[in-house]
Design a protein around this ligand. Structure first.
Ligand code: FES
Length: 614
């Protein structure tokens, strides 16, 4: 093995560090650090919008740099991220205004992009005490002080019950409003304390983001493996678990509620706040995750005609859900589109704004499933492909999540060159490494168009590649990192079965894209923009994905990484009520295309599994 020479790139102000290959563009390195830059000109070096300041390790200016920047700016280290290829370790400052929406939310708060308008808000008031001369009841005295801000508040018994504990003092207090409803009253002025948590409930992982709802800023993020994984690694196996086990639903429901409570506890610890300071939890997830979270029987999703129980967004008290935040708090679960296209896809559509733009836009959210959305003019269609969890490391013999020691890049040059996350000894392979490996094996003829790993005698290639082919249990495998270079002296290899898993996954996604295009009467040449979403989509190398046939032959500059757009959508839903209305509109108007049982999908799927399908 030859370890690839890697460069250490630190992005400021976050201080996020990534390791990349020499010649990687800054824009790609930033994407790897989950920092997505605006590229209005499609990365052609014309618009000057992707400017970054390189504090150390600055390469020479390109021709485009010299046209865009003045001499003093060049001397200060300003460069175009789309044009600049990294040659040395570098520290790069990324200004907030060049970041795509996701990072504006992630890093800088959303007030500039989104008018902050959460469901919960607070008003500090002083409620006069009752006297012998004025025996107006507590509630009416509250109504009087609130009159100007909210003439006709909705009042429920839980609020009334809190009044005697606070109002008797006659001191300043804070009224908590949930939309137009008086939700609680708190002692003193607590208006500076109002937090919410946006949760992306993935089939495999759950990510929570703590947001300060008074400022629209992101405070902390925490994630966990979805504990339901122990009862099945994909949606279908979870549904099967519920079908086959009495109490299966409440078991899975309890697991996800516990997981979210753990995430909330960690967020509170990190931010040094109390659970009581959090007033709302907003979730997105696929329809099955949504139903299980809400403790709604999802079994119908698993049987023809695959209908969901509920499409619209659901509000429920946190107390009723067992979510440990303020007792007046609310849980909002986003709407779904169909049984197999859920709130996470609604989040992607919200975050990318693809319902509003012009041209033909395709969003691909690759998680345990591959959800696809195609928008053109005023029509939007979607589908879900059972891509399987291969790209998340599951069902791959040495597959793993994108964590320390995962092989994340592979190139065959004069040797088999790999990089691992954290530059640690290789322990396994994650999704991007998997795509790279198979793409390189196809390019060099190790894997033929049917996906078979050939015997060394069957193809022409340098010896260093042929020597990596090993025969085991009647089929071939390929050694990426030999035992003496790998963690725990355990070689990291790809098996024939691993390659088949990749074929199934890429075949399903690619076939889904083709069917959506067909539904709209379009072809891949009509696509103006592709949004690659999801933790995996964010790191994928476009050239490798195209070589593999996962993506159609779309020009790379048309492909944008949009990060965890579903999570971004959850944050938008948390931050502004208008997005909940928009989410409902999306949920009602995006047409779902059922792929199962369509002969043309089956035909396309068979074709798309082949490696020379381009
Ligand atoms: S100059 Fe337009 S994206 Fe870089």
């Amino acid at each position: 093995m030859a370890d690839l020479q890697t460069l250490k790139i630190v992005f400021q102000p976050e201080g996020r560090t990534v390791y990349v290959l020499p010649e990687t563009t800054i824009i790609e390195a930033a994407a790897q650090a989950e920092i997505i830059l605006e590229t209005p000109c499609g990365g052609k070096g014309h618009c000057g919008k992707c400017r970054v300041k390189i504090a150390s390790g600055c390469p020479k200016p390109t021709e485009h740099d010299t046209k865009v920047f003045a001499a003093d700016e060049l001397a200060a280290g300003w460069r175009l991220a789309c044009q600049t290829k990294l040659q040395k370790n570098a520290v790069i400052e990324v200004p907030q205004d060049v970041r795509f929406f996701g990072q504006k939310i992630l890093v800088d708060g959303i007030a500039r992009k989104v008018d902050l308008d959460p469901s919960f808000r607070k008003i500090a008031v002083r409620v006069p005490q009752a006297t012998l001369d004025d025996q107006t009841c507590d509630l009416d005295r509250v109504r009087q002080v609130l009159k100007a801000a909210l003439p006709k508040p909705v009042v429920g018994l839980p609020f009334i019950r809190t009044l005697p504990f606070v109002l008797g003092t006659g001191d300043q207090c804070t009224l908590l409003l949930k939309n137009d409803e008086l939700a609680a009253v708190e002692k003193d002025d607590t208006t500076s304390v109002c937090y919410g948590v946006a949760v992306d409930i993935g089939t495999t992982s759950v990510v929570g983001t703590l947001m300060d709802l008074t400022a629209g800023t992101e405070i902390a993020t925490a994630s966990r493996m979805n504990p339901q994984v122990s009862r099945g690694d994909d949606v279908i196996s979870r549904l099967t678990h519920i079908t086959e086990n009495a109490g299966g639903l409440s078991e899975l429901h309890g697991l996800i509620v516990g997981c979210i409570n753990d995430i909330i506890a960690e967020l509170c610890e990190t931010a040094e706040i109390a659970g009581d300071d959090i007033y709302e939890v907003c979730t997105v997830g696929n329809t099955t995750m949504n139903h299980i979270f809400l403790n709604v029987d999802p079994r119908g999703i698993g049987q023809s005609p695959f209908a969901a129980v509920v499409r619209e967004g659901v509000n429920i008290t946190a107390a009723e859900m067992g979510i440990r935040i303020n007792r007046a708090g609310n849980v909002y679960a986003s709407p779904n589109i169909a049984g197999f296209v859920g709130g996470d896809t609604v989040g992607v559509i919200l975050a990318t704004g693809m319902m509003h733009g012009s041209g033909v836009r395709l969003a691909i959210d690759i998680g345990t499933n591959g959800e696809l959305v195609l928008a053109a003019q005023d029509r939007v269609v979607s589908c879900s492909t059972a891509a399987g969890p291969a790209f998340e490391g599951a069902r791959i013999r040495q597959g793993m999540r994108a964590a320390q020691g995962a092989i994340d890049k592979v190139i065959f040059n004069d040797s088999v060159e790999v990089t691992t996350i954290g530059n640690a000894p290789a322990r396994g392979i994650c999704g991007t490494g998997l795509i790279d490996s198979v793409a390189e094996m196809v390019r060099t003829g190790i894997v033929d168009y049917t996906g078979r790993i050939l015997d060394p005698a069957e193809f022409d290639a340098p010896d260093f590649l042929k020597q990596r082919i090993v025969s085991r249990d009647g089929s071939n495998g390929f050694v990426l990192v030999p035992a003496d270079k790998a963690y725990g002296n355990r070689a990291v290899s790809l098996t024939q079965r691993d390659v088949r898993e990749v074929q199934l996954a890429k075949g399903a996604i690619r076939a889904g894209i083709e069917i959506l295009l067909k539904e709209m009467g379009l072809s891949s040449g009509d696509i103006d923009e592709v949004y690659l979403a999801g933790a995996f989509g964010n790191f994928i190398r476009r050239s490798m994905a195209k070589r593999l046939g996962l993506l159609p032959g779309i020009a790379s500059e048309k492909i944008k990484f949009v990060g965890n757009a579903a999570g971004t959508g959850a944050k938008m839903l948390l931050a502004a009520r208008k997005f909940r209305e928009e989410a409902e509109i999306i949920s009602r108007n995006v047409r779902y295309v059922e792929l199962g049982g369509r002969p043309d999908f089956q035909e396309q799927f068979m074709m798309s599994m082949l490696f020379d399908a381009e």
